[in-house]
Design a protein around this ligand. Structure first.
Ligand code: AFP
Length: 332
């Protein structure tokens, strides 16, 4: 049997790719892994909590308030980042404003992290895959001071690392530091992540498209024409593509990353800026997609080039296999 590589071993072995690495980023990735195991454990018990012990948001048998799982996840990650001391501040999709940590160690830290603690949380009740998405930047404010909004509002090109954890049929952590994409599967019996998807590559082309077609009447003519192309016999495979839409971005993205496909959440009149958040969802997944050979745009611009102007900024989102995104953009 070949030797298994744990996430920790892998992170340590990659530290030498960064000549001036101090180990801070490696420790931060380990903090993420730790928090994700806690959340994974909570996610696995969600049905039990809801249907046997009392609904989340309601009271448990001891009469205590049950917290919603997205709040539980948010707190688990924030606690890990606060205790770890590797970031000076965080921004989370769950909170209106960013958080600048007060401790001296945190103020001397070099990184900030932005994350969506539990993406696709409306799927929790129906036992469908959900995930955590994260994005790491070097701070732009001086070391030894508190994190600022400018640390958070950096374009995606400045990401040092990004990744996601998918709480699916197994728990999988996928991340990049800009040198390819690797995936690790959690062995829940021993609480350890093992390298299971080395050097992930997104197929250049695919035949899966993921879009909420309930919004079809609101789509612009170019997108409707692209979807008609996907559904026709005129595409490059000579038969209609398959529509696959979970409504959990991480899960939809992950499937398309492995099998080849495109995920689309465009701007529509009811959501003129799109639905998905640039900082917590689109930038990290765009970084991973590009590292795996795919593409991500908002319909006009490369996602990673967009200069954010606010924390919870939304954008239209086209992400996936290179040739499919190019085709959807009308480039072919
Ligand atoms: P929730 O976290 O509220 O479930 O939102 C999930 C999400 O941000 C993303 O994961 C989905 O792809 C997208 O929204 C689904 O949106 P629609 O329900 O409008 O299709």
């Amino acid at each position: 049997m070949s030797k298994l590589t744990t996430l920790h071993e892998f992170i340590v072995s990659k530290q030498k790719d960064f000549p001036f690495a101090t180990g801070e980023l490696s420790r931060l990735l380990n903090d993420i892994a730790l928090a994700s195991k806690i959340v994974s454990n909570d996610v696995r018990k969600a049905g039990l909590v809801d249907h046997i012990l009392g609904a989340q948001g309601g009271q448990n048998v001891q009469g205590e308030e049950q917290q919603k799982l997205d709040v539980v996840a948010d707190e688990a990650f924030i606690r890990a980042f606060k205790n770890g001391g590797e970031v000076c501040g965080i921004a989370s999709e769950e909170n209106d404003d960013f958080l600048a940590f007060e401790s001296e160690q945190a103020q001397n830290a070099n990184y900030v992290i932005l994350f969506d603690p539990l993406d696709g949380s409306s799927n929790i009740d129906v036992n469908v895959s959900i995930g955590t998405i994260f994005s790491i930047y070097r701070r732009v404010s001086p070391q030894g001071t508190k994190a600022t909004l400018a640390d958070m509002l950096q374009p995606g090109t400045q990401q040092v690392a990004a990744g996601y954890v998918l709480y699916g049929s197994s728990t999988l952590l996928v991340y990049t530091t800009g040198k390819g994409v690797n995936g690790f599967t959690l062995d829940p019996s021993i609480g350890e992540y093992f390298l299971s998807h080395p050097d992930m590559k997104m197929p250049e082309n695919g035949r899966l498209y993921s879009v909420n077609e309930g919004n079809l009447n609101d789509f612009d003519p170019q997108l409707r024409a692209y979807l008609a192309y996907c559904q026709s016999n005129e595409n490059q495979t000579g038969k209609p593509y398959s529509g696959r839409y979970i409504g959990s971005l991480v899960a939809d993205f992950h499937r398309n990353l492995i099998k080849g496909g495109i995920y689309i959440y465009p701007t529509v009149p009811s959501a003129p800026n799109g639905r998905l958040r640039l900082l917590y969802e689109c930038n990290p997944l765009a970084f991973i997609a590009e590292q795996a050979g795919g593409l991500a745009t908002d319909g006009q611009r490369r996602i990673l080039d967009i200069q954010p102007t606010e924390l919870h900024q939304r954008v239209g989102f086209y992400i996936g296999s290179k040739l499919m995104v190019e085709k959807a953009m009308g480039l072919h």
